[in-house]
Design a protein. Structure first.
Length: 334
C-alpha cells in the first residue's frame, strides 16, 4: 500500500511540475503512468523535437525539458508506478481515495490530480493488409532517436505538424526521404509547409501530394512502399522505414467511468482551482477543458500551481497556507 498526499495520474511535464508546486507546500506526491518512462508525449513521441515557448528557454529539446523537470523535483522525493494504468478509484470514509492499478498496486491519497494528457492514446494507422508484418521493425509511428535513420531510405506519410516537422529534421539525416500526403494541401503550420516545399524544390526530398499508401513489400524487412497518386498511377518507393504520422487517437480509458463531468473526451473543470465535478479530484493539462482552454505546456504549469494551492486545504485541513515567493523561502526538501 502506497500512502501519499497527492496521487498524480500522468507523469508528463504538467504532472512532474505539479510535484514541484506540491513540494513547496510540503505535500508528498506519487505518480502513476501507463507509459514505461516519465515525460509523457515528450518522451514517447518527440524527445528530440525543440520546444520554443517554455519561459527562460529560447529553445529546449523535449527530452531535455523532462530531464530538467526531474532534476527540479528530485529534492521532494516523488515516487512512481510506471507502465501501470489506474483502473478503479474508491472513496474512503475519511474523504480520501484508494486507487487500484492494472498491476495490482494500491495507492491511498487525500487528493487526486489527473494530468493524463490525451488520456490513453494510440497512433492512427494506415489501412494496409501487410502492415502487421512490418510493425515494430520497419514501420514506426513515432521518432524516438533521429540518428537511428542516418543513411536510411525513409518514407514519411502525413500532412500535419508532426509529419512536416520530422521531414525537416530528417531531411539531412536520411539518405533518401519521401513525404507522401493523401491530400492536395498540408494541415500543418504554413511556415513548416513552406520549408518542406523548399526542400522539395532543392531536390533534398521527394514530395508526393494527393498520393496514398497502397501496399508494403519485403521479406523480413521492408523493401518497398507502394503508393498511388491522383492519376491512379502506382509508384514503388525503395524504403528501409515507413513512418506514418497520422496523429493520435485519444481515449479516456477507465477515466470515463469515474463519474466526472465530461465534454468531448475531456474533463470539465472549474478554473478557480481546476477542480472537477468530484470533490477532491482535480484535472490539469491537456486532459481538461474550460472556456478559453489552450493546450500548451505553459498553461498546464499554471493550472498545476493553482491546483496545489487548493489541494493544500484538503491535505492540511485547519492549517493556514502562507504563500511566499521561492526567492524568500527557497527550496526546502523533505
Amino acid at each position: 500500500m502506497i500512502e501519499t498526499d497527492i496521487c498524480i495520474i500522468g507523469a508528463g511535464p504538467v504532472g512532474l511540475f505539479a510535484v514541484f508546486e506540491a513540494g513547496l507546500l510540503r505535500m508528498r506526491c506519487h505518480l502513476i503512468d501507463a507509459l514505461p518512462k516519465v515525460g509523457g508525449q515528450l518522451t514517447e513521441i518527440y524527445p528530440r523535437k525543440p520546444i520554443y515557448d517554455i519561459p527562460g528557454y529560447p529553445s529546449v529539446l523535449a527530452g531535455d525539458l523532462v530531464d530538467r523537470l526531474m532534476e527540479q523535483i528530485a529534492p521532494f522525493q516523488p515516487t512512481f508506478s510506471l507502465a501501470q494504468r489506474v483502473e478503479t478509484i474508491q472513496r474512503e470514509e475519511d474523504g480520501g481515495f484508494l486507487l487500484l492499478t492494472s498491476s495490482g498496486t494500491q495507492c491511498r491519497a487525500k487528493v487526486i490530480a489527473i494530468a493524463a494528457g490525451l488520456g490513453c492514446f494510440e497512433p492512427r494507422k494506415p489501412e494496409l493488409a501487410s502492415l502487421e508484418c512490418f510493425e515494430e521493425k520497419s514501420v514506426r509511428y513515432m521518432v524516438i532517436d533521429p540518428e537511428a535513420y542516418r543513411g536510411k531510405r525513409l518514407v514519411i506519410a502525413g500532412g500535419g505538424d508532426s509529419a512536416l516537422d520530422w521531414t525537416i529534421i530528417l531531411a539531412d539525416i536520411a539518405s533518401e526521404l519521401t513525404l507522401v500526403h493523401r491530400n492536395a494541401e498540408f494541415r500543418g503550420a504554413p511556415d513548416s509547409a513552406h520549408k518542406v516545399n523548399q526542400l522539395a524544390q532543392e531536390g533534398r526530398i521527394r514530395l508526393m501530394m494527393s498520393t496514398s499508401l497502397s501496399d508494403l513489400r519485403g521479406d523480413s524487412d521492408l523493401e518497398t512502399v507502394v503508393v498511388t497518386d491522383a492519376n491512379n498511377q502506382v509508384h514503388a518507393l525503395p524504403a528501409d522505414y515507413l513512418i506514418p504520422l497520422y496523429g493520435l487517437s485519444p481515449r479516456l480509458g477507465p477515466i470515463a467511468d469515474w463519474g466526472l463531468q465530461l465534454e468531448k473526451q475531456a474533463i470539465v473543470v472549474n478554473t478557480f482551482d481546476y477542480s472537477t465535478s468530484v470533490e477532491g479530484i482535480y484535472a490539469i493539462g491537456d486532459i481538461n477543458t474550460y472556456p478559453g482552454k489552450l493546450k500548451l505546456i505553459l498553461c498546464g504549469f499554471h493550472e498545476a500551481t493553482l491546483m496545489c494551492q487548493s489541494a493544500f486545504a484538503r491535505v492540511r485541513p485547519g492549517e493556514k497556507l502562507s504563500f511566499k515567493y521561492t526567492t524568500v523561502q527557497g527550496i526546502n526538501p523533505f
